[in-house]
Design a protein. Structure first.
Length: 470
């Protein structure tokens, strides 16, 4: 494979982009107009009694004070939206005054001046001076800015649509503070995207971000069960067992929200739901890293592959679990009996992690026990994402040493593709020194595919981190 297809990101020329220090542009000439524009927008929000929106504008003002290239792009989008807001608000106010025969000329002049200041700040930030002042991390500026904007947009939409419940924790403890949490979630998504975009940091960052999500998820659940009820979603409490994502609706005949969320995630990221977003999968990953596997056939230290019958066992177990859930629901089995069976199944999964995954260095729970892992791998075939082994592979074994999903061996390398159990964790791509391992998306260059995947993973992670609760 040509070297250009390897997803390695290098800083650009130090004059305009790259990871160098701040440009030689005075604070007052670029940043000060932005601050004034954001302060005016925040003041309007305070006047309207929406202090959470005012605080969100404050976060954007803080970003404008940095030298981050992605923050500049976000500030540009915010200033443009602010300019449109001033135009809309000005027209409404002028029409109101004209309808009641009140003086409107001075108000129109004030609104025009405010709009002009906002757009002047946008123009200055969009120009050469703005690029010089905000040049840190220019190589990944656009992907990280997109991660910020997508996260903010999705959380804002979810907050607006979730009329029956208070979705964001900040709104529960401090009503009206949701916009501030959304803005901070956007900053977090941009930071996480920066880690996942860089192959040098992605392999370590992914399990850490994943573990953080799992810790927050189960931490909220534990505190909620201990009495902090505002940490829990309203409605019936479900056991945090992944199999219930499908088994629950099969038993109840309703309640497909989690199933739809799972389906959307698989459609966007393929089977990567299992390696980035599953709240239980992070446990299996941690267990598989507890012990260092022994040398394997003289080819270095690798996770010990699972036996071939484990694949058959996995599908048989998944069929049994889903059939049992459907049968119990149609037979009218008591909820307590079903919950007990689900709890015992979850405990058995934990035992597999502790007893098998930790010894083999292979994620046995995710690849041979979890029914939803099998469903995710199967539905992942609908997604266009694929992992491929190019002709540049030298069989050095670096990828075999990091694959914990029982998806790679010498035969799979010869075939040029991993097994069905691959979850697109991309660990193999990050350690391939020859550029043979590639994450592909039809019609897109490997470098671009890597970026799109990392942004989607960071966005879904940030959204789940802020709304996923039992």
């Amino acid at each position: 494979m040509p070297p250009s297809t390897v997803p390695v990101f290098r800083p650009g020329p130090p004059t305009l982009q790259g990871d160098g220090g701040p440009g030689r542009v005075a604070f007052w000439s670029v940043t000060l107009p932005c601050l004034l524009a954001f302060i005016l927008l925040a003041a309007h929000a305070v006047r309207a009694g929406d202090w959470g929106v005012a605080a969100a504008w404050g976060v954007l003002a803080g970003l404008a004070c940095t030298h981050l290239a992605w923050a500049r792009l976000v500030a540009l989008a915010a200033l443009f939206a602010g300019g449109l807001f001033w135009v809309s608000a000005g027209v409404d106010l002028v029409r109101f005054r004209m309808a009641f025969g009140m003086d409107w000329l001075r108000l129109a002049a004030i609104m025009a001046a405010v709009t002009g200041l906002t757009m002047a700040a946008w123009w200055r930030l969009a120009g050469e001076a703005g690029r010089l002042r905000h040049r840190h991390g220019a190589g990944t500026a656009w992907p990280r800015a997109v991660a910020f904007l997508l996260t903010v947009g999705l959380l804002w939409l979810a907050r607006w649509r979730a009329s029956s419940i208070v979705l964001l924790l900040s709104d529960r403890f401090l009503p009206g503070s949701g916009p501030l949490q959304i803005a901070l979630a956007g900053v977090y998504a941009a930071w996480a995207a920066g880690l996942l975009l860089d192959p040098a940091s992605a392999r370590k960052a992914r399990p850490r971000l994943w573990a953080l999500f799992s810790a927050v998820f189960f931490g909220q659940l534990a505190l909620g069960l201990l009495g902090a009820h505002r940490l829990l979603m309203t409605g019936a409490l479900h056991l945090p067992v992944p199999a219930l994502i499908l088994a629950g609706p099969l038993f109840r005949g309703e309640g497909v929200f989690m199933l739809v969320l799972f389906g959307v995630s698989v459609l966007l990221l393929g089977p990567a739901w299992c390696s980035h977003l599953c709240y239980i999968g992070a446990w299996d990953d941690a267990c598989s890293r507890l012990t260092r596997p022994a040398a394997h056939k003289g080819r270095g230290r690798r996770p010990v592959p699972l036996p071939r019958w484990a694949v058959v066992f996995r599908w048989c177990l998944a069929a049994f679990v889903f059939a049992a859930a459907w049968t119990m629901g149609r037979a009218g089995a008591p909820v307590g009996v079903a919950a007990t069976a689900a709890g015992l199944f979850g405990l058995a999964g934990v035992a597999v992690m502790a007893g098998v995954s930790s010894r083999r260095g292979m994620m046995a729970h995710c690849t041979a026990f979890c029914p939803m892992g099998a469903v995710g791998n199967l539905l992942g075939r609908i997604s266009p994402w694929r992992l491929r082994v190019g002709p540049g592979c030298t069989r050095c074994g670096a990828c075999l040493a990091v694959c914990r999903y029982n998806a790679l061996d010498e035969q799979r390398l010869e075939e040029g593709r991993p097994a069905l159990s691959c979850t697109l964790c991309r660990d193999c791509v990050t350690v391939c020194r020859h550029g043979a391992m590639r994450l592909t998306l039809p019609g897109v260059a490997p470098r671009t595919a890597w970026r799109i995947f990392a942004v989607l993973a960071a966005v879904l992670h940030a959204v789940f981190l802020n709304v996923a609760r039992m």
